[in-house]
Design a protein around this ligand. Structure first.
Ligand code: ADP
Ligand code: TMP
Ligand code: ASP
Length: 240
């Protein structure tokens, strides 16, 4: 597969064409941003960490018959994925109260929810990703009711599979964001699954190990991302 021209440069990744029109290369950058790009920095090695974690998790989910865009890892910072027509929606699922759920509804942080919450946001940085309803997505032609049922079912399955994996690694999956895309009329899970797009806490200490450390200036961002990579991928501890 030959890497060709840059098709899209976003806040955290670049998408390149290949010599096969069905595939693109997704390259992870070392930039880290929050609040729709308002807060930005560079973290050496982040591209590698997020690519390795995403490759591992997509492969893991593929084994559970979850249709993802992942084809193969190409290098430390690149993966080959199916080229999709992206649905401009951010799908969020929550198991434990944190972030905007706490801010918006006054729910106590760390409250374990009786049932996972499924939310939809329009992917539109300029308007700060406003929350939308399912009927909004049908009205605007983003997807059909049948496709939304599929997205809901896949999101719940991703939650069950990752919650159980993380639990075995001593980690709590607090919440996460997914993006989906279409090829013909088929829907695939796309984008990334990383500490940028999930909240993950240590089960014993409740230490935050994800991008909240950057959002809230908590320090140890790189060390926490590295720790997450080692624990999720079951790698041996780093030598001193
Ligand atoms: P953003 O655009 O939000 O700043 P990124 O830096 O993550 O985000 O850029 C990656 C872009 O690639 C996003 O717009 C995402 O929706 C898109 N994308 C993810 N997976 C695919 C895919 N399989 N095919 C085409 N585009 C994709
Ligand atoms: P929130 O609590 O800020 O709404 O975030 C919910 C989850 O979605 C959390 O795991 C972080 C992730 N997320 C993104 O991946 N991108 C975003 O733009 C936002 C706002 C949240
Ligand atoms: N993903 C958004 C950004 O990079 C917002 C966030 O994660 O807080 O700016």
């Amino acid at each position: 597969m030959e890497k060709r021209e840059l098709l899209h440069e976003g806040k955290a990744k670049r998408i390149y064409a290949t010599d096969n029109s069905y595939y693109v290369v997704q390259e992870f950058k070392d930039t880290i941003s929050a609040f729709d790009g308002a807060k930005k920095s560079v973290m050496a090695g982040k591209g590698e960490i997020n690519n390795e974690i995403s490759c591992y998790l997509f492969e893991y989910l593929n084994n559970y018959q979850i249709p993802t865009h992942f084809v193969q890892r190409l290098s430390a910072t690149e993966m080959l994925v199916k080229k999709l027509e992206m649905i401009p929606i951010e799908v969020v699922m929550r198991n434990i109260a944190a972030g905007s759920l706490v801010k918006r509804y006054g729910i106590e942080e760390a409250k374990v929810l009786d049932y996972p919450i499924f939310e939809l946001y329009l992917k539109d940085d300029e308007r700060h990703d406003p929350m939308i309803s399912e009927s909004f997505t049908f009205a605007l032609g983003h997807c059909t009711p049948e496709q939304m049922r599929f997205i809901n079912r896949i999101t719940s399955k991703v939650n069950a599979v990752l919650k159980s994996l993380f639990d075995r690694r001593g980690l709590a999956l607090v919440d996460f964001k997914l993006e989906f895309g279409k090829m013909d009329r088929e829907i695939f899970l796309a984008d990334e699954i990383s500490p940028d797009t999930c909240r993950i806490w240590d089960k014993k200490t409740s230490k935050k190990l994800d991008k909240d450390r950057f959002r809230k200036d908590m320090g140890d961002v790189e060390a926490s991302y590295r720790e997450l990579m080692r624990r999720i991928m079951n790698m041996p501890p780093e030598k001193e």
